[in-house]
Design a protein around this ligand. Structure first.
Ligand code: NAD
Length: 372
């Protein structure tokens, strides 16, 4: 059926353009039932957690070609009302945290994007999977590897896809550097530097509450340097070492890391040297060094535009809102089985959680932790 759709698209035709009856013998069983299956069907998404990032994703989805915001899950009725108005969301697609399991009876929602605090991701993602809907979950996918594994297993058991909101995997300049690395243009890679940090404000926010955050800067922003090292170098780390600095134990309580410097060793001989912090601004930089060339990106993971250059010159790809591209690409992954350049599935998220566990262990035990 996919081949048939691609053929029709290539020919610039749809079943309607061909003037075929929905019951034509030229069409397959599914196509007879639903003529729209011949066209680009959108991924119909409900957002769970209408906070700051959920709002950004919703705005970005206005420009999507394959993904459509059709529903919401929120504990705040006034937010639901405002979103219904803004995004034309019917009442039958609105849920709260007590009722969202009923989404299983809603044929008009394909996937739920979980954008709640980190400590709730596991519960919410598994709840969505058990309701038979595909799960898109924000990073970090959970607060440790064991929770992340439970989520992967639950989604597999429910027969739904699990994707993690790694928007950088779809960003054009980032992809250009990854493709250059894949083509061997940097030569043997021996060094990566990742700097991720900002000064966090309000001490009462959930990001500084261990129960809801699962940690501190590492969970929130350090994960970009971990994930970035992996996609820039193109290997999985075999060891980590890490050192923590805490200057403000009042604000950064037990379990909430303020600043961690960490190093990761890769099988090909590369070392990544990274900084994760909630106490310094101007830290959003990747530097990749190979024997034949380099890539430098700053900013490297912010909302953009990303700025970068390699030994060949500046990266010039036009800026597109990251979340718009991400949601269209995720629609293609879920609906068409498209394979992304860099994975965004649950296993990919789990790899980062295993590394975060090891970094915390390295800090606690003051020694090198092996990952093999
Ligand atoms: P936020 O505080 O602005 O929003 C969180 C939402 O969750 C709120 O609407 C809140 O009402 C809701 N919520 C539900 N149950 C809650 C509870 N028990 N306690 C607190 N809030 C509860 O946070 P945010 O910045 O939108 O972050 C949400 C998630 O998105 C986090 O996992 C974060 O890491 C991720 N995020 C990702 C990116 C990215 O670029 N990929 C950027 C920002 C945030």
């Amino acid at each position: 059926m996919k081949t048939r759709r691609i053929f029709l698209q290539k020919a610039g035709m749809s079943a309607l353009a061909l003037n075929l009856s929905p019951f034509s013998p030229l069409l397959g069983a599914n196509e007879k039932l639903n003529i729209n299956a011949m066209d680009e069907k959108p991924l119909r998404v409900a957002i769970m957690g209408l906070g700051s990032y959920g709002s950004r994703v919703a705005r970005a989805m206005k420009d999507c070609k394959r993904a459509k915001l059709v529903g919401v899950i929120s504990g705040t009725p006034s937010k639901i009302e405002a979103w219904q108005e803004e995004y034309n969301i019917p009442a039958k697609n609105c849920y709260n945290y007590e009722t969202y399991s009923q989404i299983k009876d809603n044929p008009d929602i394909d996937a739920v994007y979980v954008i709640t605090p980190n400590g709730l991701h596991k519960k919410h993602a598994i709840g969505v999977a058990n309701a038979g809907k595909h799960v898109i979950c924000e990073k970090p996918m959970a607060v440790n590897a064991s929770e992340a594994k439970e989520m992967v297993d639950a989604c597999k058991a429910a027969g739904v896809k699990l994707l993690i909101g790694y928007r950088m995997h779809f960003e054009a300049k980032t992809q250009e550097v990854i493709k250059m690395r894949m083509n061997g243009e940097f030569g043997k890679i021996l060094f990566f530097q990742g700097l991720s940090g900002f000064i966090i404000g309000d001490p009462t926010q959930w990001r500084l509450n261990y129960e809801l955050s699962g940690g501190g800067a590492m969970m929130d922003i350090g994960i970009y340097s971990i994930n970035g090292a992996r996609y820039m170098i193109g290997e999985e780390p075999i060891w980590v070492t890490a050192q923590e600095t805490k200057n403000n134990p009042e604000k950064f309580k037990e379990g909430v890391d303020e600043t961690i410097q960490f190093q990761m060793g890769f099988p090909g001989g590369a070392v990544a040297s990274c900084l994760s912090t909630y106490s310094m601004n101007n830290l959003d930089k990747f530097f990749l060094n190979g024997l034949n060339g380099f890539a430098e990106m700053q900013p490297s993971t912010g909302y953009g535009p990303i700025e970068g250059r390699t030994h060949k010159g500046p990266l010039n790809h036009p800026h597109v809102t990251h979340q718009t591209t991400q949601m269209d690409e995720m629609a293609a992954i879920i609906l068409d089985g498209k394979k992304p350049l860099v994975p965004v599935d649950g296993e990919e998220g789990l790899k980062d959680m295993v590394i975060i566990d090891a970094i915390y262990k390295a800090v606690k035990e003051g020694r090198k932790i092996s990952l093999v």
